[in-house]
Design a binder for this molecule. Structure first.
Ligand code: BG6
Length: 304
């Protein structure tokens, strides 16, 4: 990973009062952002937003204390980018779950300061022989991350080829919560979902989502802002989404978390994934020459 030349990255893209590039955990190259609104850290591997903390707030993203930081390993926490498929590959079980974008190197294409004091960085996935072997469609993926009073993450896919392709994707966001027992997820009321814990059976959400056991659901055809009400941290996290029709809600609970090995004994209590996605029935067809964008805007409000 440290074929990355930090000095030249800093020369080209560092912005005083906004962003510098350094060696982060496990030697991974990271963009460290500190501006008037917030701090954040983004690994170049996976363009993986690892932390985001508005000033005066508890961290908004959950990052496992036991996360592994190593080349080619997905980081447990933050915002893994699932691309160009979500979950298992639709017809080749040998390909990695959630695609390869989260474990390959992305390059920095641009860094800038916005008029409101936010910091914006644009990353581009670096295709290699290995990525092309898994995904033969000529295409680009870019992630535009804006760190300010809110966190904006936009994933833009462009079809550079001459045939359409089908895209599955997710901003697989791990949110930091006070305790799972004090959390309700709202705005999915009445939505249909496919329940991965129950053999993908279809069900309709009644009331708010509460988590008292393993939850792994793909909510379909929903575009409303998703709200995580957290009575422990006395705040509401709002996830506004564009270009996304699925919302995935996931908490592995005790047994599954134990098997994963990078969650820690009580890890599942302090997190919930609410993922801005296009998955299963909501995969997207991208026409030749066209681009598709999926945006999540994450903000925090006091719980009144
Ligand atoms: C969720 C899936 O999005 O990601 C779950 O719905 C999966 O089924 C989870 O277990 C974590 O996946 P991974 O590959 O990061 O361990």
């Amino acid at each position: 990973m440290n074929s990355i030349d930090l000095a030249s990255l800093n020369q080209r893209f560092a912005l005083p009062g906004h962003v510098q590039f350094k060696e982060g955990p496990g030697g991974l190259a990271v963009a460290e952002i500190a501006n008037a609104h917030a701090t954040a850290m983004i690994a170049l591997q996976g363009a993986h937003v690892m932390t985001y903390q508005p000033r005066g707030q508890a961290p908004v993203l959950w990052l496992s204390q036991y996360a592994k930081f190593a080349p080619g390993k997905s980081i447990r926490g933050g915002v893994p980018v699932c691309w160009p498929w979500f979950g298992p590959h639709p017809d080749d079980a040998g390909k990695p779950a959630h695609g390869f974008a989260r474990t390959v190197l992305w390059e920095v294409l641009e860094a800038s300061a916005a008029a409101d004091g936010a910091t914006r960085i644009r990353f581009g996935l670096v295709h290699t022989e290995a990525t092309r072997a898994q995904w033969p469609h000529p295409s680009t993926a870019q992630l535009v991350v804006t760190v300010g009073a809110d966190l904006r993450v936009e994933l833009v896919t462009r079809n550079e080829g001459s045939a359409p392709f089908t895209l599955g994707e997710a901003l697989h966001t791990y949110f930091h919560i006070g305790d799972v027992a004090g959390v309700a997820i709202r705005s999915l009321e009445g939505c249909d979902y496919l329940d991965k814990v129950n053999n993908f059976s279809r069900a309709k959400q009644q009331g708010a989502v509460v988590i008292e056991s393993e939850v792994d659901r793909v909510y379909l055809n929903t575009q409303a802002d998703c709200l995580i009400e957290d009575s422990g941290l006395k705040r509401r996290i709002r996830i506004a989404q564009q270009g996304s029709r699925s919302t995935v809600v996931w908490n592995p609970w005790i047994e599954k978390a134990e098997k994963m090995g990078d969650f820690g004994p009580e890890g599942h209590r302090g997190m919930v994934c609410v993922e801005t996605a296009n998955a299963l029935e909501n995969v997207v067809t991208v026409a030749p020459g066209a681009a598709h964008s999926m945006l999540a805007v994450i903000s925090v409000e006091p719980l009144g």
